[in-house]
Structure formats: structure tokens, C-alpha cells
Ligand binder design. Structure first.
Ligand SMILES: [Cu+2]
Length: 405
């Protein structure tokens, strides 16, 4: 138990693989009572660091585990952002928003020593396990998750100097907290998974932002669904394509001044293998409206942002590819706050609540070229503001999970 509670934000913290503790902890359910998906809240206490949740994929042998990392302190919304390492500073330092904490964690706890990941979803919660959302002033600004280990290379930026030393980018999330799928959710039988091998570990770059003037302490969570054990013959290999308007850069772009609408295009990435497109969703910052994904200049997926006063991903975990986040709630929230002044600490400011996604949306061949276009309309949705008073830098990312043929 002790190892599970240790914080992971210290660089080089020892690996904390959690092989057989899943069953050992299942007794918590009797003591604490489950929420609908099995999520446990411990009133006035500390929720367990590892929770078994109800599986979503319905694949035989699947397990679903939520692990928590932290706690992490978010500074006051009036305080300058804090970064704990040069890599985080290079990303967060550029946006320079107040109330932000930016950190890197390596050797993060994983749910298995060896397993095939089928779904991943990020979250934020308080010590007792209750959800931390923009509704409570806790914002999951950005997370970049990497698989590290022997032979691990980024799929899209395989030979790029920026990424060769970091590993393989497998997952991104912001406050939309979209569930990412590495398997085809339309089938009940195992189809594909992102394989974690012995010797692999996870690392992340995490940015959390406090919208409250009082500092807050939160835990970051990763909800893993997986098939335990080594790669199975009946399960194909899935991988993540990290498509980014900065190409293989650090994802930050500046909004043009005095121009409400803008679109950022990525350079093209030519697939070195054939495969099938499993699931995809975009990641934008406030002000963003959609991320379009193209294959050979043809639109294959349009991931649209909806805005609201809390994040849909926390209120109701989303299934990948579902046409979630219909704009009713977000639109009404927007209409109600059209006249609010441009102030990032305004608790009434709507933020991106959901990003729609695509599932099982076709095939691609070796030699096909992918690119994305990320659109912003800061006349419609207010961007966040840097400490300097300018609009902070933004991102345009699509993570597309594919099966390699
Ligand atoms: Cu971001």
C-alpha cells in the first residue's frame, strides 16, 4: 500500500508497478460503497490509490483500474505559474497562465507489468475521491502521456530529434477528458490493444490550473482498461498517431493578434504502414472550435469542441467515438455569459467541456498522408490569458489511434 501512495512527480522516482494488488484492494467496496462505475468516494478520508472499476469494453478477461497520482498543489489563481523542470517550463512557461502548475512525472505506476491497453481516460479528483472539475475550480489543462522503454519511439515523430529521447506519445487529454480507445468498440471480442511490455514505463507532462484564489490540492487519475499479460495472437497491435499543428514541436502556437478566427494547419505525415483508423479526438485550448483530420486532403474526422461550466468528461465518462457533447448545455452557458469581461479568473467563464470523436472511420494505406487543421474563434469563445495580459499560447492536436495491418 505504501508504494501506491507515494507521489510520482519527483523525477526518477522508482518504478511502482502494481501487479497483484488489484485483488488485494477489492475489499474496499464493502467498506466504502461504490458509485455506478465502481468508483469509490471516502468521505472525510483518502480514497484508495487503486480502484477496480466496471469494465467498459466488454472484452473477455478485461480489467479496468483507476490509478491516482499526486497529490499535486495548484497555486492560487492569482499566483504565477509554477514549473518544476525544464521540459515542463518549456511548455507551460510559454503560456504563462496564472494558477498553473506544470510538472513531469516518470516511472509512473502502471496497472500491469505487461498488458494490452484498450482504453485510457484522464481525470482529476480530490483526496476523498470526489471529482475535481472546472465547476470546483480545478482544471485539467493538459496532459501528454508517453510510453518509455526499450525500442519505444514516437510513431509520427520517430526520427525527430525533439522526440527520440522522450519515447512514444500515446495519449493526450485536456479538460474534455475524452476516453481514448485502442480497440474497436463496436465488437465485443478483443480486436486490438496498445501493448505495454515488461521494461516499459509511463511518463507524463501535466499541467493543472486552479481557477480559485485559494490553493487547491488534487490527484491526477488515469483510468486504464486492459487485457492482462503479454501480447495475444488474437489481438492486433494498436498505436497512437500524435498529429500536431507544430509538427514535432512542443505543441504551443500563438493566436494571431486582432483576428478573431484563425486556423492552424499541420504539415503532412506520410504513413509508413497500412492500417485502420480506430478512434480519434482533438485537443484544443479555450477559444478553439474544432480539429479536422484529413487523409490525402480528404476530411476523415471532425472533432468539435463544446463549451460549458463543467467538463462533461467528469460528469459522465464518455465512450470513444460517441457523438457526445451536444451543444445545448454549452450553448446556453455561452449565451448566459456573452457579456462577461475577458478575465481568466471569472468563475462564470465557459471552458471547453467536451471534444467529439470518431470511431472505426476507415482504412489507410502505406504512403497515405495525414494532416490536421485546428480552428479558433476567439470572437466567440474567450481564450485564456497569460500573466502578460495577452492571449496565452494554444494547441491544436489530434490523437488518432490506429491498428497496424
Ligand atoms: Cu494543451
Amino acid at each position: 500500500m505504501k508504494v501506491l501512495l507515494s507521489t510520482t512527480f519527483v523525477l526518477g522516482a522508482s518504478a511502482a508497478v502494481l501487479p497483484d494488488l488489484l485483488n488485494a484492494l477489492s475489499g474496499y467496496g464493502f467498506l466504502l460503497g461504490y458509485l455506478a462505475n465502481g468508483n469509490v468516494i471516502t468521505p472525510n478520508g483518502i480514497a484508495p490509490p487503486l480502484q477496480n472499476l466496471k469494465v467498459r469494453t466488454r472484452l473477455p478477461e478485461s480489467k479496468r483500474v483507476k490509478l491516482r497520482y499526486g497529490p499535486y498543489k495548484m497555486p492560487s489563481s492569482n499566483a504565477t505559474s509554477e514549473a518544476f523542470d525544464p521540459f515542463s517550463a518549456s511548455i507551460a512557461g510559454m503560456s504563462g497562465e496564472k494558477g498553473m502548475v506544470s510538472l513531469t512525472a516518470t516511472n509512473m505506476s502502471t496497472p500491469c507489468e505487461e498488458c494490452g491497453l484498450t482504453m485510457l481516460q484522464a481525470g482529476l479528483e480530490y483526496a476523498d475521491g470526489t471529482q475535481a472539475t472546472t465547476g470546483t475550480g480545478a482544471w485539467l489543462h493538459h496532459v501528454l502521456l508517453l510510453a518509455q522503454g526499450p525500442g519505444r519511439q514516437d510513431t509520427v515523430c520517430a526520427n525527430d530529434a525533439n522526440w527520440t529521447t522522450f519515447g512514444q506519445r500515446i495519449f493526450s487529454s485536456g479538460n474534455e477528458r475524452t476516453a481514448a480507445s485502442f480497440t474497436d468498440m463496436t465488437y465485443k471480442t478483443p480486436s486490438s490493444a496498445f501493448q505495454i511490455n515488461k521494461g516499459d514505463s509511463l511518463a507524463m507532462q501535466l499541467e493543472l490550473m486552479n481557477l480559485n484564489p485559494q490553493p487547491q490540492e488534487v490527484y491526477f487519475t488515469l483510468d486504464f482498461e486492459f487485457l492482462p499479460g503479454p501480447r495475444r495472437r488474437d489481438v492486433e497491435t494498436a498505436t497512437a498517431l500524435w498529429l500536431d499543428v507544430t509538427g514535432c514541436g512542443n505543441s504551443n502556437v500563438k493566436l494571431p493578434k486582432g483576428q478573431p478566427a484563425s486556423t492552424f494547419s499541420s504539415s503532412g505525415w506520410t504513413a509508413p504502414f497500412s492500417g485502420r483508423m480506430l478512434a480519434a479526438a482533438g485537443h484544443l485550448h479555450d477559444g478553439g472550435t474544432e480539429v479536422k483530420m484529413f487523409k490525402n486532403s480528404q476530411l476523415v474526422c471532425d472533432s468539435k469542441a463544446t463549451y460549458g461550466m463543467t467538463n462533461g468528461g467528469a460528469a459522465k465518462p464518455m465512450e470513444p467515438g460517441a457523438a457526445h457533447g451536444e451543444s445545448t448545455e454549452a450553448e446556453s452557458a455561452h449565451r448566459g455569459h456573452e457579456k462577461i469581461r475577458r478575465d481568466e479568473m471569472d468563475p462564470n467563464m465557459p471552458h471547453i467541456a467536451t471534444m467529439s470523436g470518431c470511431a472505426s472511420f476507415g482504412i489507410f494505406k502505406r504512403g497515405d498522408t495525414f494532416h490536421i487543421e485546428a480552428s479558433y474563434d476567439v470572437g466567440k469563445w474567450m481564450p485564456m490569458e497569460a500573466a502578460s495580459g495577452e492571449a496565452s499560447t494554444v494547441m491544436g492536436i489530434a490523437v488518432m489511434n490506429v491498428v497496424e495491418d
